[in-house]
Structures are given as structure tokens and as C-alpha cells.
Design a protein around this ligand. Sequence first.
Ligand code: PHE
Length: 348
Amino acid sequence: MNEPVGLGALDSVLSRARTAAEEVTTAAELQRVETELLGKHGELTLVQRSLGSLDPEQRRHTGRRLNEVRRQVEEVLAERRLLLRAAERAQRLADERLDLTEVVGLRRRGRVHVVERTRQELEDVFVAMGFAVVEGPEVETDWHNFEALNIPPAHPARSMWDTLFLDLGPPESVVLRTHTSPVQIRLMQRQAPPVYAVMPGRCYRRDTPDARHIPTFHQIEGLVVDHGISFAELAGTIETFTTAYFGQDIHSRLRPSYFPFTEPSAEFEITCTICKGAGCRTCSNTGWIELGGCGMVDPAVFQAVGIDPEVWTGFAFGFGIDRCAQMRHELPDMRVLLENDVRILEQL
Ligand code: PHE
């Protein structure tokens, strides 16, 4: 005569699960129903907790029914989830559909991508200063990308570059270049000094994209090798480039740093173009933005390519082309450079 505790509650949970599953229209709503019924504080869990107070016979009976109901509720909700997901996917496809005839109708003209244009403008600045433009491969040997640059295997400095390896030859012997510095090596191998060259190109790192980093990016490398080159010429070159490219109110400064292939090394920063040095969020209130690295070519690098470091000295620098575009066009987020949304690209 006394109906085992919870059996009525169980039936009601099941029928409410069925109704709710039919009524919900989004995956988020369904999730809420699921938590209410099955969650840690859900109704089935409450019934489960009350099992302890039943006598053994009732407990067995109710327990069995509880398991059945839980399985059925899960099934009902899972089925509904599949349908909702399919519907949401179909909706998204419909929303993102591009009517290409509309674009053709607008007679939009193509234009050079802002990164490519930035590269051309940077090349122009350096060519005007007497530099040649040289290119190298994006797929590099470990030797060019690291070893010849004074970074032997397993050197801790390797962790400065999150490297993508290609499945080619012996393990980890072929990389997607992590910087343009290997082009220095290739150039010095085939051309005797004096050298005055810039080397632009695409680089790759295993980075998570954020407002100031993208995993496929561009650098421009500079290399000067001649008699009696000093740090003063490095600093002068960078300042000349900075004002020529960013304008007379933007300046550069060098701060001590470390790179295995230069000694001494520095990172160079420019006046924050957003706040003109006053301090803002983009520059973390310092008034300066880091653009790249530089330094005097390490004698070990000259030795790797057969140049006598007693006779020649030189400097090198490298910085991000995308970062330059970001600073010059005051882009809060660098990722737009990869998204290729014409509404944004047309403004740049
Ligand atoms: N290759 C360095 C980097 O990508 C930058 C650099 C270039 C530093 C040349 C010094 C000299 O981090």
C-alpha cells in the first residue's frame, strides 16, 4: 500500500524530460534542462540520495527504476542534441553564405594586401639607404635556421622559437623557418663582404594567435658586414629607418637583450604610434613598443660561413612586418591581417 518513495518523482522526471526535449530550441537551453534533471544538484541525484532511507526491498526496486529512467532521459536528450546541432550548423552555413554575384555586382577592384604593401614600403626605405633586397627559402635546414646562427642542438636558446618541423629526412632536421636570420647565412655563404642587404619574408612559429601574435607572420632582416662597422652605425640605421617609415615624431631606442647570433644584442623599440609616447593600453603605459631584435654579428656566425671575424665586423637586425603594419595603421588586433575581410582590408 505504501508506494515506494521516489517512484512517482521518477516518472514525472521522465515525462518532463520528454516534453522539455521537444520544447527547447537551442543547445544552450537543452544543456540547462540536462543540468536540472541529471546534474549534481538535479532531480535524479536527489532521488538517488534519498535511497539510503528506504528499506532494502524498496531500495532495490527504486534503484532499478532510477537507473532505467536515467538512461532513458539521457537517450531522449542526446537524440534532441543531435537534431539541434544539425539545425544550428545548417543555420550557420546559411548565415555565412556569400552571394558572389553581389560582390561582382559591386565591381570591387582587387588591391595589394596591407602586409604586402608594408613590405614594399619597408624595402623602399632600405633601398633608399643603399641596401640590396635578398630572399631565401621558407623551408629551412636546422643548420641554417639554428646551428650556423650559433644555436647548437639542444641549446636552451632554441626555446626562444616555437618551431614547426617538417616530416622530411632525419627527425627535426627540416623546419619552417622561425625567423629570417637563416637568409643572412645563405647570403654570406655566397657573397663575400662587404654586404648591405635586407631580407624580407614569411616565417612560422607554433604560436597561439592573439592581438599581437600570429603564427604565420613576416619579418625583415637587415645585415651589414664591412670593415670597422660599429654599434653606433646599427643604432643610426635603426633610427633613420624609424623616422623614414613611421614619421618624424616616432623614434627608436635600444635596450640590452640576448640573441645567440649577436653580441652585444639589443631589442629595439619605437615610440608607441597609438599614444605618441604618452602611455596607453597598447604600450602598457610605457610609451614604447617593441619592434624587433638586433646586435653586432657574433664572431661564431662569421666562422660558420667562413668570414674572418678579425677582418670584418657587422650588425644585424630583424623585426616584424606585420607588427609594423599594425603600428602604422593602429590596428588593435593583428588577427585581422589573416582574416581577409574585405570590409577591413579596404580601409587599410
Ligand atoms: N631573428 C631574431 C628573432 O626572430 C631577431 C634578430 C635578428 C635579432 C637579427 C638580432 C639580429 O627573434
